[in-house]
Design a protein around this ligand. Structure first.
Ligand code: PLP
Length: 565
């Protein structure tokens, strides 16, 4: 019911379903899980994103690990319903018509959160404009600004045209949607019969806006030169030009500051990230709400049926996953091995590998980019092989795409391939192509240990380790992002802690040694020598971490702190 909907959630990417390539990675998965939990909880929400007809991309890797990208074209016409309205936004002095495709997300109790995917591919539009909503994070900064106009400005207009008149919060999941602030200001200005945005107008907009920042480094924030802004944002005429200076710093329109300045509630995505962001934006109040994952969505089929047998209504009440403590060890182990069998089959089939279901398996998969250090595990190959021979056999599964323009990330994939080749015959490492949500679901459930090696404090939150926890898979990670909160050493997983790792002064050798030591001295002996104690760590990953690091708890916190205050 548009007239009863109170919250509008805006995100440049949303991971809705395996077949819809409308996401690239963590940000989009978080958005999808948020909406799934909002639907479960009956939150009166509507979500807005772009249709991304050519998706992010499909990753191809050649034998040396060179990445090439192919479009992942899909057709909303084939699966989604078109909403009955169209709106226009004037971009670079041309009216661009926008329509929306609707994808409904239904919760456990039947409540629906509609997701509107904006689309400019209409015959009325100029050819150039028809492609604005094609490529997620594609193109140059001009293309990105045009996309952000469609999302922020077009999104608000489309909601109004559909009868969403009672919205009291507009949640910006990262700064890409920040132009919605300008559109809300413009609406308010007209409502008051004014021709300029005044302080009173700005004060009326602020209570409507909520901003979640995801990036712990200033360079990661979206910004556009004023020349481009003046050329593209032509939909407001002088009213915008008069106030544009307000949002610009150093001659650039900075989407983060636009959102910070005009939101009544701002948060980072883990406690540590909230603190880092608070320092970075000292003049604003920055709170934190730690990310989560949707437990029902990320649990593998064997784990779901295990929970169904032992934990009443866990899907409606994720906190009850604490009762995983009472699940008999051998049942948890059997469910895990079933998920592992599936993964091993998939890896062997897709990569022509010969992995075994009884060998300790490490998983590492995420966006390939320098700060995540996918090559740290290979810092000292001789040491890695030695511990594999001495402490018990290991096998390793990798995956991850590099952004098409991230040269450093692509180079890292090639390096990992070199290490894989160097280890051939000694230790099996497989790099799977085309990491996406479907593959992620298999991997986080089917490995025995989830590895994460970011360079602090650059991992704002990280969520794949939470997906592993839902599946009873413990994490071994550098203490950064959510793991600072989630790691209880030897109970829920393990830390790669040496006290040196920091963006200011990286000590790779020390980090790698700490990683090898933990594997050799603690984790492998437990896995091969004291299986029951290993299963206890698996249980605690579920009972202590999956019960808390889920989007049910997270959405409750947004409701209390940001939506209905
Ligand atoms: C969860 C997920 C991510 C994010 O993983 P991080 O550990 O937070 O980096 C990226 N890509 C896909 C496909 C995912 O499912």
């Amino acid at each position: 019911m548009p007239a009863n909907t109170k919250i509008a959630y805006f995100s440049m990417e949303i991971a809705l379903a395996d077949a819809l390539p409308t996401y690239s990675g963590g940000l989009g998965v978080l958005a999808g899980d948020t909406i799934r939990s909002a639907a479960d909880g009956g939150v009166p929400m509507v979500a807005v994103s772009l249709v991304h007809r050519k998706g992010y991309f499909r990753q191809r890797l050649d034998a040396e690990g060179h990445q090439t990208e192919e479009p992942w074209t899909w057709s909303p016409e084939a699966t989604l319903a078109e909403t009955p309205v169209r709106v226009t936004v004037n971009i670079a002095h041309r009216d661009v018509t926008i329509r929306a495709w609707r994808h409904d997300v239904s919760g456990v109790g039947g409540h629906v959160v509609p997701v509107l995917l904006l689309d400019t591919d209409l015959p009325d539009n100029a050819d150039d404009d028809r492609h604005i909503t094609d490529h997620l994070y594609g193109g140059d900064e001009r293309y990105r600004l045009r996309q952000e106009m469609v999302l922020g400005i077009g999104g608000v207009r489309l909601l109004r045209a559909l009868g969403y008149t009672a919205l009291r919060r507009f949640h910006m999941n990262e700064g890409h949607a920040a132009l919605l602030v300008v559109e809300l200001g413009y609406e308010e200005m007209k409502r008051r019969g004014l021709t300029q945005v005044t302080r009173e107008v700005a004060q009326a907009v602020k209570p409507l806006c909520v901003f979640t920042t995801h990036t712990p480094v200033p360079a990661g924030h979206d910004q556009f030169p004023l020349r481009l802004v003046a050329e593209q944002i032509t939909c407001y005429g002088d009213a915008f030009n008069a106030c544009v200076g307000e949002f610009c710093f150093d001659g650039r329109l900075n989407m983060t500051y636009l959102a910070l300045d005009n939101s009544h509630y701002v948060n980072g995505v883990a406690k540590k990230h909230g603190e880092v962001s608070q320092q970075m934006f000292a003049q604003y109040k920055v709170d934190s709400i730690t990310n989560g994952v949707h437990a029902g969505f990320w649990a593998s089929a064997p784990l779901r049926s295990l929970f169904d047998r032992h934990i009443t209504a866990w899907r409606q009440d994720n906190a009850s996953l604490r009762y995983a403590l009472g699940i008999p060890r051998q049942e948890l182990w059997a469910a895990h091995q079933a998920a592992k069998d599936e993964l091993i089959h998939l890896v062997n089939a897709r990569a022509g590998a010969a992995l075994f279901a009884n060998v300790f398996t490490i998983g590492f998969a995420r966006r390939a980019t320098p700060y995540k250090r996918p090559d740290l595990l290979f810092h000292d190959l001789a040491r890695l092989v030695a511990l594999h021979r001495a402490a018990g056999p290991i096998q390793i599964v990798y995956a991850g795409k590099a952004h098409p323009r991230d040269g450093g990330g692509k180079e890292l994939i090639r390096k990992v391939f070199e290490h894989i080749a160097a280890l051939r015959g000694k230790l099996d490492v497989v790099y799977l192509e085309d990491y996406d949500m479907a593959l992620a679901r298999r991997m986080v459930a089917g490995v025995d240990l989830w590895l994460n090696t970011p360079l602090p404090p650059l991992e704002a939150s990280g969520t794949s380790g939470m997906k592993a926890a839902v599946n009873g898979v413990p994490q071994l990670s550098v203490l950064d992002g959510w793991w600072i909160e989630g790691c209880i050493e030897g109970v829920t997983g393990w830390a790669i802690a040496n006290g040196h790792a920091s963006a200011a002064g990286e000590d790779r050798a020390a980090d790698a040694q700490a990683l090898y030591n933990k594997l050799e001295g603690t984790i492998l002996p437990l896995y091969y020598g004291e299986r029951e104690r290993y299963v206890d760590v698996m249980k605690h990953a579920i009972a202590l971490n999956a019960s808390f690091f889920n989007t049910e708890r997270m959405v409750d916190q947004y409701v209390r702190k940001a939506y209905f205050v």
